[in-house]
Write a protein that binds this ligand. Structure first.
Ligand code: DC
Length: 230
């Protein structure tokens, strides 16, 4: 049995985290949601009035990075680690539409990326980790033994995200959700620093027409094949 690193990248709302969490729990690996880290930094920037739809005090945020401490604490009931921003659990707050609207701007800042990538690499240094994000297979763990790149149509993804908002009782329209998904796709794929691209050695999975179980079986089988190798 080999200890490996599993990188799951792809567009927003492709179901990366669902698969990554399931996989980590089945393999008894640690799951790390790297998007949650960018969201938590965005939340900090919002709380300190460093960012809004109209303005972004980027230099101030860069200055403040030393005061931002992110950690994950395992929640046994949920089966994964929840994110803490300066020791406050912000797992739910970072998922709201306001954070979703602003996070791409924060994720574009090279200093933010450098800080978070360093922490992500630390968390994965002993392997046995499943991490999802946008640049995990390309930048964070270019040597990951298994790299998955997930895609699905923008409509399908917006539908998923919209249902999540509805479950949480957020006041947003489907149209707004779709626009946000398309907007983030655009920024994520065109930013200068670590844009979202499929790593050369990643396996692409278009899950538009796959059930959750089918996707999981596919990825789990791939992982077992590699883990079983000498
Ligand atoms: O996966 P998510 O939607 O929670 O990610 C939130 C944002 O963070 C997304 O718009 C892109 C950014 N992100 C990133 O730039 N790099 C990562 N490794 C993970 C997320």
């Amino acid at each position: 049995m080999k200890n490996i690193t599993i990188a799951i990248d792809g567009f927003s709302s492709t179901g990366k985290s669902t698969i990554a969490k399931e996989l980590a729990s089945k393999l008894k690996y640690v799951y790390v949601d790297s998007g949650a880290m960018y969201r938590a930094v965005t939340l900090y920037a919002m709380q300190h009035k460093l960012i809004s739809e109209e303005r972004f005090f980027k230099e101030k945020l860069i200055d403040e990075l030393k005061n931002i401490n992110l950690s994950f604490k395992f929640n046994a009931a949920l089966g994964f680690g929840e994110i803490y921003l300066n020791d406050v659990n912000v797992e739910t707050e970072i998922r709201n539409m306001n954070v979703s609207r602003l996070v791409s701007k924060v994720a574009e800042v090279p200093e933010v990326r450098r800080k978070l990538v360093e922490q992500q690499q630390q968390m994965g240094k002993n392997k046995c980790v499943v991490m999802d994000g946008r640049d995990i297979g390309t930048v964070v763990f270019p040597d990951a033994e298994l790299k998955i790149f997930m895609t699905a149509s923008a409509e399908k993804r917006a539908k998923r995200r919209f249902n999540e908002f509805m479950e949480r009782g957020e006041q947003v329209t489907f149209d707004e959700t779709l626009k946000n998904v398309e907007y983030r796709d655009h920024i994520d794929t065109t930013r200068e620093d670590s844009p979202l691209v499929k790593a050369k050695d990643a396996i692409e999975i278009d899950n538009s027409a796959l059930t959750r179980k089918e996707q999981f079986e596919k990825v789990y089988k791939l992982a077992l094949e590699i883990i079983g190798q000498d």
